[in-house]
Design a protein around this ligand. Structure first.
Ligand SMILES: Cc1cc2nc3c(=O)[nH]c(=O)nc-3n(C[C@H](O)[C@H](O)[C@H](O)COP(=O)(O)OP(=O)(O)OC[C@H]3O[C@@H](n4cnc5c(N)ncnc54)[C@H](O)[C@@H]3O)c2cc1C
Length: 383
């Protein structure tokens, strides 16, 4: 009977209105993007946060649009989460080449702010906020993806630090990155979650080999990274030795909650609106209505999470819901647009082809759909 009496927990998505300062900022970001992204073809804009330019990142840094919420003493700008949300939203909708600083701004910087040493914060955070540093995420390994606690890359204690050996895989931007935050095994421990630590690895260190992996489009965004006795100084440990599992959990929460989890196909939707023009057919109207309603709903949910983050909460399960629904939308847009795509218009078809080839990965990166649904089911008391 107890099971019948139990009430399912519900998700708390409170409406959140952007404050006036965030709305004012939107106009400035739009004006800057209109000026700096002229003549950028739609298919290139469709690369969204996969496309990167160091020069563009520096320009954003100069405007104070990286590390926006961080303390000024670490090069940040002490702006609100709502203001950051607006900047990210505008960058994604415009298809700006944000990939060079994306990981550093979204998760490596916040991770260092929370767990890093004072020296790490003082040396790295200001350079990230200036748009000068590219970070990559060294979590996945062959055989360790969803089951991340099984990582085998090992860090062995030596005089003054560690020697790291092993292999990472699917490491986005490793070929361009200055730093990797690597999850490595520093201890043996009875429990496999224990004995994991996070290290800052200088990607120029001897012993590192990066091999690009081509995706379906023929481009290489992610890589294999081989580490062969790579020396990492003691000062490059993040947080406490053996605390890597807990820290990675916090890092993934940053990774799953932003508008990039429902806007990856927005360029195709905008192109679709352009080519169908002012008199869409019945099927086109239905699709536009459905996608607009879903985008609007996801935006409200995502904004509500931004509001909770701003209030210092950790809405990890709500973020998993948005990522699951959001990546489903990002995959439905190319599939449903293709089903009724009008003939002709090269820019539209190039954008469609690109997103048809890349969208299968949207529900894998940052944690697969099945893993997210497992997290949601646990919160609902269903497993
Ligand atoms: C575009 C892209 C970029 C990426 N960038 C990075 C990066 O920068 N750094 C990084 O470290 N990693 C990166 N990844 C890797 C990504 O995090 C992993 O691919 C993902 O976590 C899944 O791991 P896997 O590929 O080993 O698949 P597996 O974990 O082997 O999963 C295979 C299938 O089994 C399912 N499955 C696994 N376990 C369960 C379970 N318990 N219950 C139900 N179903 C289950 C999965 O959902 C999936 O469908 C990237 C991946 C992609 C596609």
């Amino acid at each position: 009977m107890a099971a019948q009496e139990r009430r399912l927990p519900t998700f708390d998505f409170q409406p959140y209105d952007l404050p006036p300062e965030a709305r004012a900022l939107r106009g400035q970001v739009r004006a800057f993007l209109a000026e700096s992204l002229t003549n950028k073809p739609a298919a290139e804009r469709a690369r969204s946060w996969s496309g990167g330019s160091r020069e563009f990142s520096r320009k954003l840094g100069e405007r104070g649009w990286i590390g926006m919420t961080w303390p000024k003493r670490y090069g940040g700008h002490e702006r609100s989460y709502a203001e950051r949300y607006v900047v990210i939203e505008e960058l994604l909708v415009a298809g700006a080449p944000v990939g060079s600083h994306w990981v550093a701004d979204r998760q490596s910087g916040p991770l260092l702010l929370r767990f890093g040493t004072e020296e790490q914060r003082r040396t790295l955070l200001p350079a990230i906020a200036r748009g000068e540093l590219c970070f990559c995420i060294g979590m996945s390994e062959p055989g360790s993806g969803s089951d991340l606690a099984s990582v085998r890359t090992r860090a062995r204690r030596v005089d003054g630090g560690w020697k790291v050996s092993g292999q990472k895989i699917w490491t986005s931007n490793a070929q361009h990155a200055d730093w990797m935050i690597a999850l490595v095994r520093t201890g043996d421990g009875e429990q496999r979650h224990a004995g994991l630590s996070q290290l800052l690895v200088d990607m120029k260190s001897p012993g590192i080999t990066v091999r690009p992996i081509a995706n379906l489009t023929g481009e290489s965004h992610f890589n294999e990274v081989f580490l062969d006795e790579v020396f990492v100084p003691e000062t490059m440990l993040i947080g406490a030795e053996g605390d890597g599992w807990r820290q990675v959990g916090a890092e993934l929460a940053y990774e799953r909650s932003g508008p990039e989890r429902y806007l990856s196909s927005i360029r195709l939707f905008l192109e679709f609106l352009r080519v169908v023009g002012r008199e869409p057919s019945e099927a086109e109207r239905l699709l536009i209505g459905e996608m607009t309603a879903r985008l609007w709903t996801l935006r409200q949910m995502s904004l509500s999470i931004a509001g909770r983050l701003a209030a210092g909460e950790n809405p990890a399960v709500a973020a998993a819901v948005v990522k699951d629904l959001g990546t489903t939308l990002e995959q439905d847009i190319p599939r449903d647009v293709q089903a009724i795509a009008p003939e002709g218009d090269e820019a539209f078809h190039r954008t469609l082809a690109y997103l048809l080839q890349t969208s299968p990965s949207f529900s894998l990166r940052g944690g697969t759909r099945e893993i997210l649904r497992g997290i949601i089911a646990r919160e609902l008391g269903l497993r």
